[in-house]
Design a protein around this ligand. Sequence first.
Ligand SMILES: [Zn+2]
Length: 269
Amino acid sequence: MEARCVRPAPRFRCLAAIAVVLVPFLTGASYRTTNFVVEASSVEVAKSVAEHAEVCRATIAKQWLGKELNAWGAPCPIRVKLTRGEAGGLTSFGFHRGRVSDQNMTVEGRLDRILASALPHEVTHTIFAAYFGGPMPRWADEGASLLSEDLRERQRHDRIADDLLLRRSDMPLARLFKVEEYPNDLMSFYGQGYSISRFLVEMGGRPRFLKFVNDGLRTSWDTATRTHYGLADVRELDRAWRSWHKVVARSAPKTDRVVVRAQSSTESE
Ligand SMILES: [Zn+2]
């Protein structure tokens, strides 16, 4: 079984940009820590990414699971592509008998943005994959991984969700929870997934969120909503989220709204 977690990557605007990205791999370097082996354009970059990935792995596992993960049997490979743009990433997993059998990560962008947003995001996917031992619902996997990013990215996704609701382009939660493949409009999907994940985490904390998602997958989302959040069903949760969002949106800055455009999933991989 395979799953892939995609974080929208910076757009390459011309072939020249791609050539610039690929050249460093011809003279690349690698750095190994206990749980990661990083390939990058220089040892310094590989070392900073590997060491930060270890810090993220320990910190984020404690936040979500209450404890660190045991060391992996094999290090997770990370390929780093330095560009001048914003950061993006992609992590692929293989699962076998309820466990992660292999994982592979790519991050790209400016180094400071990789360390602040893409790397913590992708490492969060590895924590969730270890917890679930199989694919996590897309909205929760992406939405909750965004919670690990820096304030700038989290505020950006708050604005995306705000615009979605203003335009009434969001999905009812009952539908969002059942999305299995990335939709064409990735940015909107991430924005809404982030907003509902943030709402649920603010209501009940991170460990409860994971139990809710686990139960939602195994039983039903209505039952999981009643059990973990004391609301009658997903429709009531949907109403509660919208009310909460209006308060959040009202207190957020109204300038610099994000224009949400449809985009194809292939652009982001
Ligand atoms: Zn992701």
